[in-house]
Write a protein that binds this ligand. Structure first.
Ligand code: NAD
Ligand code: TYD
Length: 351
C-alpha cells in the first residue's frame, strides 16, 4: 500500500493510473479537490478495489495521521500543491498554506506515525516529495543546466513556496531521520493537464477560435518532459533512490515558448485543419509579460540517468503529438474542466 497526495491533479492522476496499470499494490489517494483536482481524471480506476480515494487536505493532521494508522502505507508520495505561477502572483496565500504549511503538517503526521513503528518498518518506509526545477530560479542563455547542487534562488511565490517545502523535507531527514527522497522536475506536459498552463491552454484556445496568448517576446525557455516519463522517474526514485538525496528529472528538451506554440499550431493544422486552410498560428498574440518571468529553466538529469539508470521514453516530437491527439480525442474533458471558476480565472488573467 502506498499513499499518494494530490492524485486527482495532472501529474498525480497520471501517476495513479500508471501505477495501477503496472502494479498490484493498492493506493490511497488523498486529494482536497481544488479547482485543479478533477475526479474525471480517475474515472477509469474509480471502481478498482486497489484505489481508495479520500477527499481531504494534507494540512489536516488528524486526517492524515488516521490514514497512516489505518492503512500503514510503505510510502507516501506528495504531489499535492498549488502549482500555477500566475495564480501565485495574484494570490500567494494559498501557496503558503498548501505548499508550506500543508507539507509541514504532512511531515509531522509521518514523523508521529513512524515513531510508533518498529525499526524494520521505519527503515523500509519512504516519503517522496515531488518538487520542481523552478526552485533554482532563472538561467542565463549559456549557463549550465541545473544540477542537484545548484543553489536555490526561487523568484515567484509558487517557486518560493516549493523551495520552502523542499527545505522542510530536508530538515526532517537531518533532524528526525525521516527517510525522504526529493525529485525536482522540469515542465511536464501530457494528458489531463489543466488548460491554465501553456500547452493545454494553447490547444484549447486554438480549437475555440480564441487568441493564443504569448507572454512578452515568447523567447523564454522551458525544458519539457512528457508526464509519463516524470511518473517513471518517480517510480524509479521510490524503488532505488538513496534516502536523503534529491534527483533532478528532465528530458533535455529545451525550447522557447514561441517554438512550442508554433509546433502545436502545426500539429493542429495537420490533425484538425481549419475550414479555410488558414493556420492556427494566425491566432497567436503577444500579451503583457508575467511579472518576474523566469527566462530559462533547464535540467541536468545526469545523476538520475547515471545512478538510477532512468531515461525518458518520449522525445518532445513524439510526446507532443500524443498530447495533441489526447486533447482532440477528449474534448469533453476540456469542456467540463473549463466551465465555472475557470472562466473567471481567464477573464482576470487575460483581461
Ligand atoms: P495540479 O495543480 O494539476 O494538481 C495538484 C493537485 O493537488 C490537485 O488535484 C489538487 O486538488 C491537489 N491539492 C491541492 N491542495 C491540496 C491539499 N491541501 N491537500 C490535498 N490535495 C491538494 O499540479 P501538478 O501539475 O499535477 O503538480 C503536482 C506536483 O508536481 C506539484 O507539487 C508541483 O509543484 C510538481 N511539479 C509540477 C510540474 C508541472 O510541470 N506541472 C513540474 C515539476 C513539478
Ligand atoms: P506555464 O505552463 O504556466 O509553466 P511555468 O510558468 O511553471 O513554466 O508556462 C510555461 C511558459 O509559458 C512560461 O514561460 C510562461 C509562458 N506562458 C505564456 O507565454 N502564455 C500563457 O498564456 C501561459 C499560461 C504561459
Amino acid at each position: 500500500m502506498i499513499l499518494v497526495t494530490g492524485g486527482a491533479g495532472f501529474i498525480g492522476a497520471n501517476f495513479v493510473l500508471d501505477w495501477l496499470a503496472l502494479h498490484d499494490e493498492p493506493i490511497v489517494n488523498l486529494d482536497v479537490l481544488t479547482y485543479a483536482g478533477n475526479l474525471e481524471n480517475l474515472a477509469s480506476v474509480w471502481n478498482d478495489p486497489r484505489h481508495l480515494f479520500v477527499k481531504g487536505s494534507i494540512a489536516d493532521y488528524d486526517l492524515v495521521a488516521g490514514l497512516l494508522r489505518s492503512h500503514r502505507p510503505r510510502a507516501v508520495l506528495n504531489f499535492a500543491a498549488e502549482s500555477h505561477v500566475d495564480r501565485s502572483i495574484h494570490g500567494p496565500e494559498e501557496f503558503i498554506q498548501t505548499n508550506v504549511v500543508g507539507t509541514f503538517r504532512l511531515l509531522e503526521a509521518i514523523r508521529g506515525f513512524l515513531a510508533l513503528q518498529d525499526e524494520t518498518f521505519r527503515e523500509s518506509f519512504r516519503f517522496l516529495h515531488v518538487s520542481t526545477d523552478e526552485v533554482y530560479g532563472s538561467l542565463a542563455p549559456a549557463e549550465a543546466a541545473f544540477s542537484e547542487d545548484r543553489k536555490y534562488e526561487p523568484n515567484s511565490p509558487y517557486s518560493a513556496s516549493k523551495a520552502a517545502s523542499d527545505h522542510l523535507v530536508r530538515a526532517y531527514h537531518h533532524t528526525y531521520g525521516l527517510p525522504v527522497l526529493t525529485t525536482n522536475c522540469s515542465n511536464n506536459y501530457g494528458p489531463y493537464h489543466f488548460p491554465e498552463k501553456l500547452i493545454p491552454l494553447v490547444i484549447h484556445n486554438a480549437l475555440s477560435g480564441k487568441q493564443i496568448p504569448i507572454y512578452g517576446d515568447g523567447m523564454q525557455v522551458r525544458d519539457w518532459l512528457f508526464v509519463k516519463d516524470h511518473c517513471s522517474a518517480i517510480r524509479r526514485v521510490l524503488e532505488s533512490g538513496k534516502v536523503g538525496e534529491t534527483y533532478n528529472v528532465g528530458g533535455r528538451n529545451e525550447l522557447t515558448n514561441l517554438s512550442v506554440v508554433n509546433t502545436l499550431c502545426e500539429i493542429l493544422d495537420e490533425l484538425r485543419p481549419l475550414p479555410d486552410r488558414a493556420s492556427y498560428k494566425s491566432q497567436i498574440t503577444l500579451v503583457r509579460d508575467r511579472p518576474g518571468h523566469d527566462r530559462r529553466y533547464a535540467i541536468d538529469a545526469a545523476k538520475i540517468e547515471r545512478e538510477l539508470n532512468w531515461r525518458p521514453r518520449e522525445t518532445f516530437d513524439t510526446g507532443i503529438r500524443k498530447t495533441v491527439e489526447w486533447y482532440l480525442a477528449n474534448e469533453a474533458w476540456t469542456e467540463n474542466v473549463t466551465s465555472g471558476s475557470y472562466r473567471q480565472w481567464i477573464d482576470r488573467q487575460y483581461q
